[in-house]
Design a protein around this ligand. Structure first.
Ligand code: 4NP
Length: 152
């Protein structure tokens, strides 16, 4: 079974949204996969996803109220096969923690699933308005659809 971790900065907006979108699709397609998300920072450890992230996904029929923020640790390199980062800062920060080439090879940009090799970032919606979350949803849904095709 594939084990996938999604990583952003706070683990309350982008990575729990990615986690929830992929979890929902995997459930619907009966795909057995282990999923989790984490933040590079400890700012919001223990918190539920941002209410705006929860509301955006609730409107699509996806419930992420059960998720709680945690910080990425080096042990995650052992626990997961793929570590999908949301932006360039997350990517660089996680790569710095990798202990060898095998661990480095697990670190990817999530949007590369949709736009291979382009290293596109999911913009941080935390300090913006509600429309930022809808934009993030569309980007994550596109990448999730490609990931689900690969996992099938
Ligand atoms: P996330 O968004 O990385 O998508 O969870 C953020 C959440 C919180 C903060 C920054 C980004 N913050 O600075 O507290």
């Amino acid at each position: 079974m594939k084990k996938i971790l999604f990583v952003c900065l706070g683990n309350i907006c982008r990575s729990p949204m990615a986690h929830g979108i992929v979890r929902d699709a995997a459930d619907r397609h009966n795909i057995d996969v282990e999923l989790d998300s984490a933040g590079t920072s400890a700012y919001h450890v223990g918190e539920a996803p941002d209410p705006r992230a929860q509301k955006t996904l609730e409107e699509k029929g996806i419930d992420i109220s059960d998720l709680r923020a945690r910080q990425f640790t080096e042990a995650d390199f052992d626990r997961f096969d793929v570590i999908y980062t949301m932006d360039e800062a997350n990517y660089n920060n996680i790569l710095l923690l990798a202990g060898d080439e095998n661990e480095e090879s697990k670190v990817k940009y999530f949007l590369d699933e949709l736009h291979p090799g382009e290293r596109r970032s999911v913009p941080d919606p935390y300090f913006g308005g509600d429309d930022g979350f809808e934009n993030v949803y569309r980007m994550l849904k596109g990448a999730s659809d490609e990931l689900i095709k690969k996992l099938q």
